[in-house]
Design a protein around this ligand. Structure first.
Ligand code: FMN
Length: 392
């Protein structure tokens, strides 16, 4: 199932390094080509001979042990389709986060432009350490996938979070990443995310509860599928692809229009305010003696409908959030806007949609066909949406 795939398994000095031995066998059995890269400290936990035999390949350890004209850190990063770092020690995580390249493993990471999956394992106090957590966030913002450790009995005698995640989960994550890595290759995907902010005066605004998480999950998945991604958002997301920060509906429309021509897919997952304040007040509006005040609102442009009107080659995907009659309202909106697909969210439920990490949606297409995606993490929903729209 992984025939012809090149996997670079990178092992650091952690007690759970022994668990990687069975993973090497699993990858070999599934037809992958495996090379092992180990830090010198990893060899305190597993032997070079074992790694060599299981991978049926040389084991790469020393940066200056050069057999060819091309330095190993470059030839290994050229060779591999994916790099897995497991177990990833606190030390190596921190070095990678700050661009330190003082051994073969960290040098390969610096030279590696494809997918990296990292499975940390360490004592629970080390895992909770603020510096380590901040460094993990840096890695995530660069597109490195982190497989969170599990909670349980740790080799150091503690009970807590820090145990290497299950080997089958690591296997599945690598397999999935390899299978998805080029579905959207050479395609440009523009995604919008988050609720727009419509200023009233310098201190007040009108907005909505959209967290931008669904849009971010779609942008991340598109990136993993090999697309050139542009995320246009009202939120502060750090991502390994282009992010355009906007505020109001008008800002968002301008940013989307700038990307429109060269885009293959436009996915409008943001919650754009229908109205904005007619007369923005430059000064803060003072509390007066009246019990009520009136704000006059004007309609914002319908970004989605205008994109659909002007489209040439683009596939345009809209989102709708409905609190009742989901199917009926979604079908009406699909026709009114004229988009290729509409993703419908039921916002009457607290366990899915706004602000939470899970979602359950309907995907509607131009032929009025409806596909239901059952409740799942937004990351899975994002993948399925992209699969569906890219195989239309
Ligand atoms: C017995 C023992 C077990 C260790 N286990 C871990 C571990 O599970 N995770 C970790 O981050 N560090 C662990 N360490 C500390 C690392 O080996 C140490 O930080 C080392 O510098 C890591 O080097 P590397 O990142 O270059 O492989 C352990 C050390 C010892 C002596």
């Amino acid at each position: 199932m992984l025939k012809n795939k090149h996997i670079l398994i990178s092992i650091t000095g952690g007690i759970s390094a022994y668990k990687i031995l069975s993973l090497i066998r699993d990858f070999k059995k599934s037809g992958a080509e495996v090379k092992i890269l180990a830090t010198p400290n990893a060899l305190n936990f597993v032997t070079k001979l074992t790694l060599q035999n299981l991978s049926q390949n040389n084991v790469y350890i020393e940066e200056f042990d050069i057999k060819d004209w091309k330095p190993e850190h470059i030839s290994l990063s050229d060779w591999a389709d994916i790099m897995l770092i497991a177990p990833a020690s606190a030390n190596t995580i921190s070095k990678i986060a700050h661009g330190i390249a003082d051994n073969l493993l960290t040098s390969v990471v610096c030279a590696f432009s494809k997918k990296i999956i990292l499975a940390p394992a360490m004592n629970c106090n080390m895992w909770r350490n603020e510096t380590i957590q901040n460094n993990l966030k840096i890695l995530q913002s660069r597109g490195i996938e982190i497989l969170e450790p599990e909670t349980g009995f740790l080799a150091c005698g503690y009970i807590g979070k820090g145990r290497l995640c299950a080997i089958n989960k690591i296997f599945d994550a690598v397999k999935e990443a390899l299978n998805y890595s080029d579905i959207l290759k050479n395609k440009k995907v523009v995604v919008t995310a988050g609720g727009t902010i419509e200023d009233i005066d310098p201190v007040r605004y009108i907005s909505n509860y959209s967290s931008g998480k669904m849009g971010l999950a779609i942008a991340n998945s598109a990136y993993d599928m090999g697309a050139e991604v542009v995320l246009i958002t009202t939120k502060d997301f750090e991502c390994p692809y282009k992010v355009v920060k906007v505020k109001s509906a008008l800002d968002m429309q301008k940013a989307v229009n700038e990307e429109f021509e060269s885009a293959n897919y436009i996915i409008m997952a943001s919650a754009v305010a229908d109205y904005r304040v007619k007369n923005y007040s430059i000064q803060k509006i003072k509390k007066g003696n009246e019990d009520t005040i009136t704000l006059e609102l004007v309609k914002n442009p319908d970004i989605l409908a205008e994109l659909c009107k002007n489209k040439t080659h683009q596939t345009i995907v809209g989102f709708c959030a409905e609190s009742e009659n989901l199917e009926h309202n979604a079908l009406t909106k699909l026709e009114r806007k004229g988009c290729d697909f509409l993703i419908a969210n039921d916002i009457s439920r607290k366990d899915i949609g706004f602000e939470v990490d899970e979602n359950e949606v309907l995907i509607l297409n131009k032929n009025r066909e409806i596909k239901k995606l059952d409740k799942a993490p937004k990351k899975i929903i994002a993948r399925k949406i992209l699969e569906c729209i890219s195989t239309k």
